[in-house]
Design a protein around this ligand. Structure first.
Ligand code: AMP
Length: 452
């Protein structure tokens, strides 16, 4: 099946080609014709399956080329980051149309959003809370909206947005088509679907709770006090250029980002206590490979979409096993290779057992001979600590068979470019990335500053 056969017009096909997509993904093959046909949809698709294009492409097709007076499509997302990303996708795929998109979320000023509404918008991507503020203040008119998308509906339920969603629905008198995307079909999601959707087609592309096959999953058993040393070692010895690290708490994210910086690794924290501008800046810098390590909490990282993110690390295991699947879904996206490593302390064995039950098998254990993983050993920075090696020594060490052995994705890169410095890698990865086209880079830069 090709994109042409799915019934998309040339202005969208050009944008798809520009992105380097050659074939629709499974969710796109199923959802695009269904959305074009006008039916309601309940789709189980995790982030990383190409679900955003699965609804934005057919919706852009239906919106046509010409702007209209009133907004016609509303997309609700659980987080600001996801809203920004969906809007970015709409702008990328709709580059050859004159359609106008507004992205609306909290943490930033109201005025630019009000200005955008006044100028006229065709498609609104919003988080529920801020949108309700605008609706209650009569800043925006949604009476012309005929299509509603609930993206990551399971997350919206988890985050307690159900009442907000129901209130927004009251402002949408003329909705005819509703699309609901969720990582899983839980009991609550089915209940919500029954109350909102009208005879939906069910699409379930990914086996539920199974992690993407292209993700190389590993577990390193390590004492809590040695996690930071082990992580710094892996990042530096493996020359990791881009790693998303999860911690359970905001405080933990701040502390780890600071510690990594002390170990000479450029790092930033991303969590709900940061201002929206700080979050946008941290994400943009990470995407551009200026920041090596982004340390995030689950909520803040929800929906982050980075082309070919090579490494995800669970510094703390999530206590909800489903969050493990969400987290590792940040890597190995749309068929790209990726590595997900979990640092598991003795007190986290139970969480690991629950996760392995959910993913249906034992996750491979790795070892780290260069680092003492037991408690009470030397702290990083003390004599004999491998982290104290100079940069040159590190590069030599990165060719050491022990460090390469466990890191499939990165080892490949290093084999092709054995003398590669970090400075050379970003250009290489951007060129190869499906989203690395010139137009996309320009848009990405703009989205980084997007505060509407
Ligand atoms: P999503 O599941 O929407 O978060 O998309 C995950 C990633 O897949 C994004 O980086 C998209 O740019 C990329 N993507 C979407 N559709 C395709 C496709 N047909 N072929 C290759 N990559 C794609």
């Amino acid at each position: 099946m090709s994109f042409q056969e799915l019934g998309l017009s040339s202005r969208l096909l050009n944008a798809i080609e520009d992105q380097g997509y050659t074939q629709p993904t499974a969710i796109q093959t199923r959802a695009i014709p269904a959305v074009l046909g006008g039916t309601d949809i309940l789709a189980a698709a995790q982030t990383g399956t190409g679900k955003t294009a699965a609804f934005t492409l057919p919706l852009l097709e239906k919106l046509g080329d010409k702007p209209q007076k009133k907004a016609r499509v509303l997309v609700l997302t659980p987080t600001r980051e996801l809203a920004a990303q969906v809007a970015e996708s709409v702008r990328t795929y709709g580059a050859e149309t004159k359609l106008r998109t507004a992205v609306v979320y909290g943490g930033v000023g109201y005025q630019p959003q009000i200005k955008a509404f006044r100028q006229g918008v065709d498609l609104i991507v919003a988080t529920p809370g801020r949108l309700l503020d605008h609706l209650d203040s009569h800043n925006v008119d949604l009476s012309g909206v005929d299509t509603l998308v609930l993206d990551e509906a399971d997350r919206m339920l988890d985050m307690g947005f159900i009442h907000d969603i129901r209130r927004v629905l009251k402002y949408l008198p003329s909705v005819r088509q509703r699309l609901m995307f969720s990582a899983t079909f839980s009991k609550d999601i089915r209940k919500l679907a029954t109350s909102i959707l009208n005879k939906p087609i069910e699409i379930d592309v990914a086996p539920r709770n199974s992690a993407a096959e292209s993700v190389d999953q590993r577990v390193l058993m390590v004492e809590k006090s040695r996690k930071r040393a082990a992580l710094s070692h892996l990042i530096r010895e493996g020359n990791w250029v881009q790693v998303l690290i999860f911690t359970r708490t905001k405080h933990g994210a701040n502390r780890l980002a600071k510690q990594l910086a002390e170990d000479g690794i450029s790092a930033a924290a991303l969590h709900g206590n940061k201002s929206q501008n700080a979050r946008t800046r941290a994400l943009a810098s990470f995407k551009q490979l200026d920041t090596q390590a982004l340390v995030a909490t689950d909520i803040a990282a929800r929906g982050i979409d980075i082309d070919m993110l090579p490494h995800v690390v669970n510094f703390d295991l999530p206590n909800v096993p489903e969050d493990y699947v969400h987290r590792i879904g940040r890597t190995g996206r749309a068929g790209a290779d990726g590595q997900a490593l979990s640092l598991v302390g003795p007190d986290e064995r139970k969480y690991l057992k629950d996760i392995e039950k959910l993913v249906g098998g034992q996750i491979e254990r790795m070892t780290l001979p260069d680092i003492d993983l037991r408690d009470g050993e030397a702290e990083p920075g003390e004599v004999n600590d491998p982290l104290k090696r100079s940069k040159n020594q590190n590069n030599t060490a990165s060719q050491n068979k022990n460090s390469g052995k466990h890191h499939r994705g990165n080892a490949k890169t290093d084999e092709r470019h054995p003398d590669k410095s970090n400075a050379n890698k970003p250009a290489q990865r951007r060129r190869n990335s499906p989203g690395g086209g010139k137009r996309n880079r320009q848009r990405r830069g703009r989205a980084g500053q997007d505060t509407r």
